[in-house]
Design a protein around this ligand. Structure first.
Ligand SMILES: NC(=O)c1ccc[n+]([C@@H]2O[C@H](COP(=O)([O-])OP(=O)(O)OC[C@H]3O[C@@H](n4cnc5c(N)ncnc54)[C@H](O)[C@@H]3O)[C@@H](O)[C@H]2O)c1
Ligand SMILES: [Zn+2]
Ligand SMILES: [Zn+2]
Length: 371
């Protein structure tokens, strides 16, 4: 069982040198399993952390359903809080036993993309590679396991200040970094009106991020009444039910002509388009959603290309400096994401957690996976 974090816990030996760990493995579409897999070891520049808390992302649901392909046998998950267990050669400034937060995106810090400020599009040693910075639970084993091998550890281990609990920082690894980046990439300025499409975990963090960036008015859009209520608690001034209202017309009315920034946090043609239609001329559509199939830009909403409209996309920013800054926000009371952690499950019961999270049951927003 993997349900205790007591210091005397040991990992069973299953042979001469091989040690195993419990991990959530992608087996096939609609099938994940908790299995014994080899415990990872740190190579040069790497670190092993013993997980103390993780969670499940909407993107993990896409993987489970086979909508985002990963190789069978991969350990999934990409949000990690833990304790350093082993440091590979060349990793300096850390001690075994340090508590660390590791972002969902692990840039190398050395390639052309990283050194040009596009860490999430990290090019594996050279060049640029779209989505290349997303490794955990995508191209290498991920965080829904007792241990995690962290690549480029020097760039990615963010020490957790002693006064912060795991629950206060785990959501910074992905949803907060992503949601806030929606407002940052959209260039939200003091006094702006911002509309956020989708008030799931990502959209709620975009709402919080818009306020952090100085928005005067934040409008949250979601058909789910419970999520609209949460949106108000997390900082939305006005909420709109898109199943009952023409959102673009309503936003234009409320703002006197259109939002300065629209943030898309769902990933559909309908919300992408409604975002564009909600903008004033010269406004920015900041897109966070993951789309599938064809995505079209309607020429009228885009003012035939002459409306000075900007469309920007952002993959979750990662790396230890991003994590340090986000933890500063929590430590100094600017942000509290703990209300979004609505349920807790031990790793052994992660299947139940996926079902609850995937079906949006019982007011779930994010699920804490404990060890
Ligand atoms: N850019 C990134 O780096 C990044 C990172 C993580 C997740 N994502 C993506 O962000 C998206 C949102 O993630 P999430 O975990 O918050 O998902 P979610 O499914 O929990 O939230 C989506 C919300 O949109 C609402 N919604 C449905 N129809 C709507 C409509 N017509 N108008 C407005 N809202 C509507 C739903 O009720 C739900 O609350 C997903 O596509 C996910 O894959 C992107
Ligand atoms: Zn994610
Ligand atoms: Zn890189």
């Amino acid at each position: 069982m993997a349900t205790t974090s007591s210091p005397e816990r040991t990992i069973p030996f299953t042979g001469t040198a091989s040690r195993t760990m419990r991990a959530n493995v992608f087996v096939a579409p609609n099938r994940i399993e908790i299995r014994d897999v080899p415990k990872p070891q740190a190579g040069p520049g790497e670190a092993i952390i013993r997980l103390t808390l993780t969670t499940i992302c909407g993107t993990d649901l896409h993987i489970l359903r086979g909508e985002y392909p990963v190789r069978p046998g991969l350990v999934i998950g990409h949000e990690a809080v833990g304790v350093i267990e082993e440091l590979g050669a060349g990793v300096t400034g850390y001690e075994v036993g340090d508590r660390v937060l590791v972002g969902a995106i692990t840039p190398c810090g050395q390639c052309h993309a990283c050194l040009s400020g596009h860490q999430s599009q990290c090019g594996h040693g050279s060049g640029f590679e779209a989505i290349g910075g997303w490794r955990f639970g995508n191209t290498i084993d991920g965080a829904q396991a007792e241990y995690l091998r962290v690549p480029y550890a020097q760039a990615n281990l963010a020490k957790i200040p002693g006064d912060l609990r795991d629950e206060q920082v785990v959501l910074l690894a992905d949803i907060a970094s992503t949601g806030f980046s929606g407002a940052e990439s959209g260039g939200v300025k003091p006094g702006d009106s911002v509309v956020v499409f989708g008030q799931g975990p990502i959209g709620l963090c975009a709402t919080i991020g818009a306020r952090l960036m100085g928005a005067a008015r934040v409008i949250g859009v979601d058909p789910d009444a419970h999520r609209r209520e949460v949106a108000k608690k997390m900082g939305a001034d006005i909420v709109i039910d898109p199943s009952a209202t023409d959102v673009a017309a309503e936003v234009k009315l409320i703002t006197g002509g259109g939002a300065d920034v629209a943030i898309e946090a769902l990933g559909t043609q309908a919300t992408f388009e409604a975002g564009l239609r909600s903008l004033r001329a010269g406004g920015t559509l900041s897109s966070l959603g993951v789309y599938s199939g064809k995505l079209g830009v309607p020429y009228d909403a885009f003012a035939a290309g002459l409306g000075d409209i900007r469309i920007v996309t952002t993959l979750c920013p990662g790396g230890k400096e991003r994590m340090r800054r986000l933890m500063e926000l929590v430590q100094h009371g600017r942000v509290d994401l703990t209300p979004l952690l609505t349920h807790r499950f031990p790793l052994e019961r992660i299947g139940e957690a996926y079902a609850l999270f995937g079906e949006h049951r019982d007011g779930v927003l994010k699920v804490a996976i404990t060890f």
